[in-house]
Structures are given as C-alpha cells and as structure tokens.
Design a protein around this ligand. Structure first.
Ligand code: GTR
Length: 328
C-alpha cells in the first residue's frame, strides 16, 4: 500500500517540480493474532518505529493485530504463497512444514530461557532458517514466549491421572497432539481465537499456554485452574515472505533485519515483567495457580521420552537433539 501524508504530497509536488522522483513509502503488512497491549504487539510496535527510523519512513510495518489478517495457520500459508508480507506466529505452528521445528517443539527440551536463546542463535537457528527458505519464507527474528503450562475448568491438574479423558485444546502441531494422547487425554486442535468459545460451549476441559496469553485472551476467566508444569518453551517467530524479501533493496533488507533484531532485544526486557503482571492480574481476578511444588507430575518425563522416540527418526535428528541438549 502506498501511503502519502500531506507533507509527502507537498514534497512530492516540490520534487516533481524539480524533476526528481520521490521514493514512495511502502507498508509491509504484518499479521498478528494478539490484541494491542500484549507484549508481542508492543514489540511489533518497536519494530515499526525502528524500521521507520532506519529507512526515514520509506519502509513501514502495518501491524494487523487481533487476527485481522487471519489466524496463524492462514497467515503462515499466505506468507509461503507470497500474498502476505510478514507473519508473527508461534514456531510450533510450522512443525508440519519444517522437520527441525518438530524437534524444537518436544517437551522439556530447554533447561532455561537462556538455553533456548543460545540454541536459536546457534547452528540450530541456521537450520530453521534454511528450512523456512525452502518453503518460501525468511526468518527475521524470534520473540520470547516463556513456558507453556496446562489450565483447566473444573479442577486443577495436579498429577498424570488428571489427564484421563480430559479434552485438551492444542495448537495444530503433531507433537502436541501426540503429547496429549500419551498423557491419556483427547487432543482438540483449534485456532487460538476459537478456544474461548469452546470453553464456553463445554467442548474442551483444558488448554495450555504461557501466562501472558492465558490472561490477554481472557481464558483465565473461563478455565481458572492454572497448573504451572512448564512442559514446553517454544518461541515466537517473525517470518517475511520470500516474495516481499526479494522485492526489497539490500539496504531495506538490512534495515528490516536490524529493526527486527532490536524489537527482539527489547522484547527480552519486557517479557519477564509481562509474565509477572499477567500472573498478578489472574490471581487478583480469581484464577487459582498451582505451583510445580504442589503437583506430582512424576512419570511425565516417561511420556515425554516416548515422544522423543517417535520424533527422532534418524541419526541426523538424534545428533540435532543431542547437540541442543549439550548446548551450554
Ligand atoms: C500463544 C502464541 C500464539 C498462539 C497461541 C496458541 O502463546 O503467542 O501465537 O500460538 O499461543 O496457543 O494458539
């Protein structure tokens, strides 16, 4: 989309009068499912202002928040097809197209947030990058997504027995579907924006997410038992379509990469605070938080190991997982 302000039109007229062409501002549409106020949207606002600053307004990011440009699966498909410029999605959503993502979605893979960042910024990150390129996307950066835990409507999940027969909403990821099956529950795949309605209609009993999303989605009002088991830590990713990327000049590509890196660095400083504030809000408004110390999930690692055996199918994948685990 070409954007012209009054000042822009005036300059344009002036430049035309001087026989010079003006470089039109270009908007890159970014699909986002979270609403304003979510820490991810705040980081995208940083991306927008940094890019505008670096390109002197020549390149801008237009954040279509709250799912205006479709849900995550739709946004990812459009990026691959080259009909959407940028999508911010949870990396787990790319597992169907990228083998490396299946591995990174495995539960209990990362020891800490620092461990996850070292893995993403190392060799493994390059592998994700090259797999994304094969399907038509360029990875710009990652954002924190904390850890994911289960939350339920009727009673807190405290032990493995509590999964028996539980209908648990999961993202459209084979790894998550299998995790719930292994635990004895029934996985229900739903896009994020349909989860609230499914709780209301009694179609699901539980879901899982990080605390900022549990709160900003309003799920904490519908499923008030949040059990801090922290079974996975899959980051968010910002991907640009190959078509858009190739349509940018080298200077614009550099500016976009640099603005994305700045927004990710900024997000690292915002994330912890967002988790604390969201947790405080949930507690204040009646959510019941069960800490790990009050859960007896012993045995869950056994289920996780079964998943590892299913998803690590050859020597290369084994080496990859081992190198992730060995990353200091
Ligand atoms: C959130 C993530 C979203 C989406 C959502 C979900 O943590 O930021 O992109 O994947 O989880 O569970 O669908």
């Amino acid at each position: 989309m070409v954007r012209r302000s009054i000042a822009g039109l005036w300059t344009c007229g002036l430049l035309a009068g001087l026989g010079m062409a003006q470089v039109a501002a270009k908007d890159l549409v970014l699909a986002e499912i979270h609403p304003p106020g979510h820490v991810i949207v705040q980081s995208e606002e940083v991306l927008h202002s940094k890019l505008a600053e670096l390109t002197k307004g020549e390149l801008q990011v237009q954040v279509k928040h709250s799912g205006q440009a479709g849900n995550e699966a739709q946004a990812w498909d459009k990026v691959k097809a080259g009909t959407l410029d940028i999508a911010r999605v949870n990396l787990a959503m790319l597992a169907k197209d990228m083998p490396a993502v299946k591995l990174v979605s495995l539960p209990y893979l990362f020891r800490s947030r620092e461990h996850m960042w070292r893995v993403l910024e190392g060799e493994f990150g390059k592998r994700i990058q090259s797999e994304a390129e094969k399907v038509g996307a360029v990875v710009l950066t990652y954002y924190d997504s904390g850890t994911r835990s289960f939350y339920s409507t009727k009673q807190p999940i405290r032990s493995l027995a509590d999964f028996n027969g539980l209908r648990v909403r999961v993202q459209d990821s084979p790894v998550y579907k299998d995790l719930i099956l292994q635990l004895g529950g029934t996985p229900v795949v739903l896009p994020y924006d349909k989860v609230g309605e499914a709780f209301q209609k009694g179609e699901i009993d539980a879901a899982e997410n990080n605390v900022p999303s549990y709160v900003s989605s309003g799920h904490y009002k519908l499923a008030k038992h949040y059990s801090f088991d922290e079974h996975s830590a899959v980051p968010e990713v910002l991907v640009v379509s190959r078509k858009t990327w190739q349509g940018l000049s080298v200077a614009q590509q550099q500016a976009l990469s640099s603005a994305a890196a700045s927004s990710s660095a900024q997000m690292k400083t915002l994330w912890a605070d967002s988790e604390l504030q969201s947790l405080a809000k949930a507690k204040k408004e009646g959510a019941v938080i069960t800490d790990k110390s009050r859960m007896s999930m012993s045995g869950i690692e056994g289920f996780a190991v079964k998943l590892y055996s299913k998803y690590i199918t050859d020597r290369d994948e084994l080496e990859t997982v081992l190198s992730i685990l060995r990353t200091k």
